[in-house]
Design a protein around this ligand. Structure first.
Ligand code: SF4
Length: 66
């Protein structure tokens, strides 16, 4: 979802009222998650589910290797 179409977007302040981040590309989402954590990414972001699945898969792989 584009922020400007979202009811949580503050037109005056030109930012998300919830202070979430909404990366437009998957690589950006990965970088944001690495720096700020997955919780910083908007629930409506197109890449969030893929990012979480990827991290869960990595966690399972890492724990299996231990
Ligand atoms: S970051 Fe998410 S919740 Fe915030 S304005 Fe954008 S789409 Fe809406």
């Amino acid at each position: 979802m584009y922020c400007r179409d979202c009811p949580r977007y503050d037109e005056t302040e030109r930012r998300c009222k919830d202070r979430k981040v909404n990366p437009q590309h998957y690589e950006e989402a990965v970088n944001v998650a690495n720096v700020l954590g997955v919780r910083a990414i908007c629930l409506f972001n197109d890449h969030r589910e893929r990012l979480i699945r990827s991290r869960l898969r990595s966690a399972v792989t890492d724990s299996a290797a231990d």
